[in-house]
Design a protein around this ligand. Structure first.
Ligand code: GDP
Length: 291
């Protein structure tokens, strides 16, 4: 929304979950009949970090199937000229080649901690491709890497690693703790992209990309969870010890996206991790109810 408004788009139609339950098929159908959007960006989903994904496979599978089925179907029926479906890098096999090319989809078993979410997202990709093949719809699917930035979820049970560690480091500093507990071994590698970079990529794809073939959006380099934790502690100003809770899962060892395809379309990310984390920490300090 920030990006679209910044670019001067008006007539932006939105609903939050208190106004429209996207799992309610008839309410969604009614909304589309009333608004008839020309272009649809489907970013809504049941999302969460490794713990939430692992603990609630029913909700991650069912809620996401319901949301995407209702929205994609209604968008087509009411004449949307373009739809952009946001997938995830977790749709790729656990042991995919690195960096992961788009062609790795459905070539091997998934990572068990987020299998339910991945299966739902793969179904969404296939539904968009089916509308493209059967009816010629310009319904595209993009696969972002791990995202972070303002308005992230900072709840320690359900958030992803970057937001969780930012909050943990801030609270450890505020309490003068000597230690900070990080999940897993610290060895998995993850790639992080600022949401503003993702927004720019989505806008470019809405304007210039019509292929039903999926397309990756990533930073292009990854870091270990240990490196991420150390960088966050440095930026927040916490100089205690990192303690690794090896009872928590590591998840997939690595999921660095191959971004050759989106680079060829003329997009490159602009916000390096250090700068992005510092900016997100500022947002957290200004907006956190617990500051
Ligand atoms: P994933 O990318 O789907 O595995 O999801 P996450 O962002 O939740 O986790 C990424 C990695 O960070 C995993 O190896 C986690 O074990 C690790 N991690 C370390 N500390 C935390 C934490 O406090 N919260 C979360 N969500 N992950 C953590």
């Amino acid at each position: 929304m920030r990006r679209l408004q910044g670019e001067g788009f008006s007539n932006l139609v939105t609903r939050d979950s208190s106004q429209l339950d996207l799992m309610n098929e008839s309410a969604v159908a009614q909304f589309f009949i009333e608004e008839k959007p020309t272009a649809v960006i489907l970013a809504a989903a049941k999302v969460g970090g490794i713990k939430a994904n692992n603990d609630f496979p029913v909700e991650f599978l069912l809620d996401n199937l319901r949301i995407q089925n209702s929205v994609i179907c209604s968008a087509y029926q009411t004449g949307a000229r373009k739809l952009l479906f946001l997938g995830s890098s977790c749709i790729y096999p656990k042991l995919a080649p690195q960096p992961i090319p788009e062609s790795a989809l459905l070539t091997g078993p998934l990572e068990p901690t987020n299998e339910a979410y991945a299966i739902a997202k793969i179904a969404g990709i296939k539904l968009c491709q089916a509308y493209a093949r059967e009816f010629g719809a310009k319904f595209i699917s993009v696969m972002p890497t791990n995202l972070y930035g303002p308005n992230d979820n900072f709840d320690l049970e359900t958030s992803h690693v970057l937001a969780a560690l930012l909050r943990k480091a801030h609270e450890a500093k505020t309490r003068n703790d000597k230690k900070l507990v990080v999940w897993g071994t610290g060895e998995p590698r993850r790639e992080f992209l600022h949401v503003d970079d993702l927004a720019a990529a989505c806008l470019l794809l809405l304007e210039r990309y019509d292929s039903p073939e999926i397309i990756n959006i990533g930073w292009g380099e990854d870091v270990t969870i240990r490196e991420l934790a150390e960088l966050i502690c440095e930026l927040v100003g916490f100089d205690g010890e990192l303690v690794w809770d090896k009872t928590k899962p590591d998840g997939t060892p690595r999921k660095l996206l191959d971004v050759t395809k989106i680079h060829a379309l003329g997009w490159k990310p602009t916000i390096p991790l250090r700068k992005g984390i510092a900016q997100t920490y500022e947002w957290f300090l200004a907006n956190s109810p617990r500051k």
